[in-house]
Design a protein around this ligand. Structure first.
Ligand SMILES: *Cc1c(COP(=O)(O)O)cnc(C)c1O
Length: 362
């Protein structure tokens, strides 16, 4: 199966082999070495000197940890909403009793620095800004360095959902001043699902000390203290860590710049092919189209779910449909993590052939 969905993404064979290893004592020296090596590798990929904590949970758990650890009830946060995952930030913050101010963008659009500046000017009580770096539901990536400059200029904490961007498109945690950055194991990091990673800046730890929201399993201070001894507070997903260890080794051996360039090239190939077939990108401006997942409206008269089913059953290629208001209207094709040009040519060939079949039946 050519798995072209935006997570979980395929794992390299060596990662799959590592995942099958025997368990180790998670309070012993073998695990200590493992978590320390993984953490060092993650810091290189996050481009940070900050703490990077690994939680056993999915990406959403990482986002929840980011909300639960740094605030008190009634604190105001500004959430940039570009789609389903921006809404998830807002929903989690609301569930924790924060005051949520939303900057909502039309489908396929990304905010300009001026829009963000205006939203901050209009809401001076806001203490932090939550941004989705790469909106997986619409296939757009925001101009994070430009937005980060606005957030930092206003003296606010910056929280970034980088689940579908880290390891695919450039993200400079320290150079851009991202205070809290969340990712997960099963996307750009080409590992099995089960781990979330949260980078925490010194400024964010100040917020942590003042924060009064309830926290326990996701208490990042506990994770930081235990990590100093090479442990995690609770039993971690040991097998997923075995896999991630090997995956990080491969990413760093390829080199981050090369990894980004591969994603850029394959994204461009995907967009060109789909446009040629009569699809229309969800991204309004192709400059903000995502390099890890392409979202596109199906051509007139084509049923998206029939197309997706045909691609799967006839060609053994798995692509994804739309979420929420885009369900039934779009397809999403991932070029994220462990992916080669051949994988994409094959997937795009399958879409072309399936389109001809579905179209001739319509
Ligand atoms: C996949 C994803 C998540 C996390 O989803 P989980 O299913 O909880 O791992 C969060 N944000 C974005 C942008 C994503 O693509």
């Amino acid at each position: 199966m050519n798995l072209r969905i935006p997570g979980p993404t395929p794992c390299p064979p060596a990662v799959l082999q590592a995942v099958g290893r025997q368990m180790v004592n998670h309070r012993g020296p073998a695990f200590r070495e493992l978590i320390q090596r993984v953490t060092a590798g993650l810091k290189q990929v996050f481009r940070t000197e900050n703490d990077v904590l690994t939680l056993t949970t999915s990406g959403t758990g990482g986002l929840e940890a980011a909300v639960a650890n740094f605030f008190s009830p009634g604190d105001a946060v500004l959430v940039v909403v570009t789609g389903v995952f921006g809404r998830r930030w807002a929903d989690i913050a609301a569930a924790y009793g924060l005051k949520v101010v939303r900057l909502d963008l039309p489908v396929g659009e990304v905010p300009t620095p001026d829009q963000l500046q205006d939203a901050l000017d209009a809401n001076p009580e806001v203490r932090a800004v939550c941004i989705t770096h790469n909106e997986t539901s619409t296939g757009v990536m925001v101009d994070l360095p430009a937005l980060a400059r606005v957030v930092k200029g206003a003296g606010k904490l910056l929280l970034v959902d980088a689940v579908s961007s880290l390891g695919c498109i450039p993200l400079e945690t320290d150079a851009w001043g991202c205070d809290v950055v969340v990712t997960a194991s099963q996307k750009g990091l080409m590992s099995p699902p089960g781990l979330a990673h949260v980078a925490v800046s010194p400024a964010a730890w100040e917020f942590y000390r003042e924060g009064r929201l309830p926290r326990f399993y996701f208490d990042l201070g506990r994770h930081r203290d235990l990590l100093a001894r090479g442990e995690t507070p609770w039993t971690p997903a040991v097998s997923a860590l075995f896999g991630l260890d090997v995956a990080l080794g491969q990413i760093l051996a390829e080199g981050l710049e090369k990894v980004f360039e591969r994603h850029r090239r394959l994204a461009e190939l995907t967009r060109r092919e789909l446009k040629g077939l009569g699809f229309k990108l969800v991204a309004r401006d192709e400059n903000s189209a995502s390099n890890s997942v392409t979202a596109a409206y199906v051509p007139e008269g084509i049923d998206a779910s029939t197309l997706i089913k045909t691609v799967r059953s006839e060609f053994n290629v798995e692509i994804q449909g739309g979420q929420a208001e885009l369900a039934g209207k779009i397809i999403r094709v991932a070029h994220m993590g462990y992916v080669s040009e051949q994988d994409m040519t094959e997937a795009l060939g399958a879409i072309r052939a399936a389109l001809a079949r579905v179209g001739s039946r319509a």
